[in-house]
Design a protein around this ligand. Structure first.
Ligand SMILES: [Ca+2]
Ligand SMILES: [Ca+2]
Ligand SMILES: [Ca+2]
Length: 131
């Protein structure tokens, strides 16, 4: 069953995940803070793994415009092609939620530079994929 999400939530949710995958530098600080706040659903100022995982699913649903449960390169048009190929671990030409989750989970660990299991805004902002 697909999660029902409001239009506003759909727009805001997932931006954190997008920020982590595309160049975070392209998002201005206000947008990044908005995305961070949207993902921080309990409002404690940090993103824990459960909040991050929920944000992944919201991002996936939002990006999956045709609702087939797979992300095509076109649906991920804003992303770098190299990233798409790296995430498509079974080489099917589309990304399943599991493939996205695998990559994002690795990103969470990479972003959590002090290893305390939660992400601060500063940790997220400092993260640059491929660097
Ligand atoms: Ca939180
Ligand atoms: Ca695939
Ligand atoms: Ca941390």
């Amino acid at each position: 069953m697909r999660a029902v999400i409001t239009a506003t939530a759909a727009v805001l949710a997932g931006q954190l995940v997008l920020a982590a995958t595309t160049a975070a530098a392209e998002m201005d600080e206000a947008t990044l803070r908005e995305a961070f706040a949207a993902a921080d659903t309990n409002g404690d100022g940090v993103i824990d793994e459960a909040e991050f995982a929920a944000d992944i699913v919201k991002a996936f649903v939002r990006l999956d415009k045709d609702g087939d449960g797979q992300l095509s390169p076109a649906e991920l048009a804003a992303h770098e092609p190299g990233l798409f190929e790296a995430m498509d671990t079974d080489g099917s030409g589309t990304l399943s939620l599991a493939e996205v989750q695998a990559k994002r989970t690795a990103d969470f660990e990479a972003m959590d530079t002090n290893g305390d299991g939660v992400l601060t805004f500063e940790e997220m902002r400092a993260f640059r994929p491929g660097m």
